[in-house]
Design a protein around this ligand. Structure first.
Ligand SMILES: Cc1cc2nc3c(=O)[nH]c(=O)nc-3n(C[C@H](O)[C@H](O)[C@H](O)COP(=O)(O)O)c2cc1C
Length: 360
């Protein structure tokens, strides 16, 4: 089972990039696909600080992609800055593969990721996400077809499976590599393990020994210290960050600078400025009915930056409009971060002008 192909070649973690086909991922820090969160507004916020090597969409139902309008779909809308951008496909049947890949080619994808790890019951019932890890033959067909249908870098994202079963996981990962997957991301939890459980980063190290494609570690990286520890334990070729990216969009820049030696400028964080900028992006890029839900989702993570952030989260959660949510946030900032709010003067004025112009 243990082919020892890679014998921890990357003991020195201080390298800067990965090359997958023609795509350079530099530094090897990837944004995780997150439904309702990993959209254009969050992606551009992260880009403002830098340090991210590959951006992602949220998961996209392959079945619906061919009919989606790129300019209007809240899942597809993007600015020219958001590159390189990987499109994550949620595939439930092999017949969906080719039309979905034709669509992502049209949308200008830089890479394609296959969702094989989502544990959500609704997704599993539809035959997608982590349910696919229980059907190796179906996944073999899907990956084989995907490989034939695209020249783009093709990655897969998995969890560790149903139970700790080395043989099964090894067979699955080697099958993925054999069918042409170029990069494998491992969310280091079993299917049923909730986020509050500690991730099993050492299992990413096992996967790394079974395959020769680059392996990316994912799960509970919230700081530079977490990133260093995860790399040390897993020997992974890079990291994928999810919730930490929504909480602290400057995390990639910090990890890039401190671990990979990337020249990311130092910055002065003003949380109200960031929040106002995020809402500006939402109101400028998304159709009105899609803005408030996305603001609520983001605020759930953003609010942890404040000691009493739950009051901000609740205030926004119960708002009926983006305008009301912003007014409540301003009240919160006045009480909890007056200096930050003062430095957000320009963004605040821009946002209030935007909000005055539309019924949101
Ligand atoms: C709100 C939310 C939505 C998610 N949506 C997706 C998704 O669309 N596709 C996917 O592969 N994983 C999804 N995930 C899982 C993340 O990509 C990631 O694997 C997980 O959050 C662990 O990484 P983290 O600890 O850095 O957040 C989602 C996670 C969260 C919190």
């Amino acid at each position: 089972m243990d082919k020892n192909k890679n014998q921890n070649k990357n003991k020195n973690i201080n390298f800067k990039s990965l090359k997958i086909k023609d795509l350079v991922i530099s530094p090897p820090l990837l944004l995780a696909p997150m439904a309702g969160l990993t959209h254009s507004a969050l992606r551009t916020l992260i880009l403002d600080y830098g340090g991210v090597g590959l951006l992602s969409t949220e998961m996209l139902a392959a079945r619906r992609l061919p009919a989606e309008n790129m300019a209007l779909s809240p899942f597809l809308v993007k600015t020219g800055r958001e590159t390189p951008l990987s499109y994550q496909l949620l595939i439930t049947d092999s017949t969906e593969v080719q039309p979905a890949l034709e669509a992502v080619h049209r949308f200008g994808a830089d890479a394609v990721d296959l969702n094989l790890g989502c544990p959500a019951p609704r997704v599993r019932r539809s035959g997608g996400g982590s349910s696919l890890m229980g059907d190796i033959d179906k996944v073999r067909t899907i990956v084989g077809l995907a490989r034939q249908s695209t020249e783009l870098p093709l990655s897969a994202k998995i969890r560790l499976g149903e139970a700790f079963n080395e043989q099964q996981l090894c067979n699955f990962c080697q099958m993925l590599e054999g069918e042409g997957i170029d990069l494998l991301t491992v969310h280091a939890r079993l299917r049923k393990e909730p986020f509050c459980r500690r991730p099993h980063w050492s299992w990413v190290g096992k996967v790394k020994q079974w395959v020769s494609i680059p392996v990316i570690a994912n799960g509970s990286i919230f700081s530079v210290a977490d990133a260093g520890k995860c790399l040390q334990i897993s020997g992974a070729d890079g990291l994928m960050i999810g919730r930490g990216a929504a909480q602290t969009p400057w995390l990639f820049a910090d990890i890039g600078r401190e671990i990979y030696g990337v020249d990311c400028p130092m910055y002065q964080i003003s949380l109200p400025t960031m929040y106002a900028r995020f809402i500006c992006s939402l109101t400028e890029r998304f159709v009105a009915e899609r803005q408030l839900g996305r603001l609520k989702e983001f605020t759930h993570y953003f609010s942890v930056n404040y000691a009493f952030g739950h009051t901000l989260a609740v205030a926004v959660q119960t708002a009926d409009s983006v305008r009301q949510a912003w007014q409540r946030a301003v009240g919160f900032f006045q009480r909890n971060d007056p200096e930050g709010l003062e430095s957000a003067e320009q963004e605040r004025a821009q946002l209030e002008e935007l909000l005055a112009g539309g019924e949101v």
